[in-house]
Design a protein around this ligand. Sequence first.
Ligand code: SF4
Length: 340
Amino acid sequence: MPEPSPTLPPFPPDALGITSTIPLEVPLAAGRRVIDLNNLFVRSGDPAWFVRLAEAEGFPRTCCSWIRGLYGLLRTAGIRGGIFVTGGDCSNTHAMMETLLPGLAEVHTFSFPCPPSREALRQEIDRFCAALGTTPAAAEGMGRTLAPLRRSLAELDRLTWEEDRVTGAENHQWLVSSSDFGGDPARFAADLDRFLDEVRARPPRHDQLRIGLLGVPPIMTDLHEFLESLGARVVYNEIPRQFAMPDNTSDLVDRYLGYTYPYGVWPRVADIRRAALPRRIDGFVHYTQAFCHRQIHDIVFRRELAAPILTVEGETPGPCDPRTRLRLESFIEILKENRG
Ligand code: SF4
């Protein structure tokens, strides 16, 4: 790699990187800092650099850019330890973890049970607690500490769709950051409270259309803004909202059983149906990642959801490409005509 790597904030030596949402309460109860590597990767000055590094080291081009980018980050950012989701996320993560194993000083795994089962999840959380040197009771205590923060995220979401005071990009940014609470839950909570005070004082927005954005977080950096420039605001960011778990502040097992992402498409369909009605969604944009197995879920969404759907695909980090812009423009035009 001839070009220099992008500058990143120093990775705290005691922190653990995560590649997907895990029961965060457990490492936090163990006194560990947790940093979501997806957010670090996509917000770095040049995320494509990490993707190119993975390719240079032998990753196939047909492996999704999130995986290649995370690998590049883990190889270069001074990260000493990680927690990898080995069940319910992505088999590519598992293989990527294996390529890194000799180089990481500390590796933990978490596996969501398939099919979802209360008992199996309880056992996995107990195992995870023991691996990190904490107890389920301490993790439950951390869950109670974080409950006000999850309620604030629910309020942010409500202010987005019910009072129309938050943009789709802002909603996305806060919810997607809740997978690790920005690496510092206390600071995240204070920043979020300040943001909520600010948006409550804003006048409501009057967008022509209301969009539900389905799928994994887009690797495109301006999808929400581009939709808004067309008069269509995202009022439902499906998977980022799942990361925040705003509906479920009860016990640890219930919280992570209610989290739809690891359990296949059907819990997601039920969640999307529940969310679509009160939000008065005019249409869905289904974001899919190139080379991701989850693209296949598009078939089920098209069969099961009532509102019109446009499926878009992203591959590399950066702004929406011209073809995607054109397709979004045409879709929004059709939705506007439907509304009359
Ligand atoms: S986008 Fe799909 S293939 Fe890529 S890491 Fe996520 S689940 Fe895996």
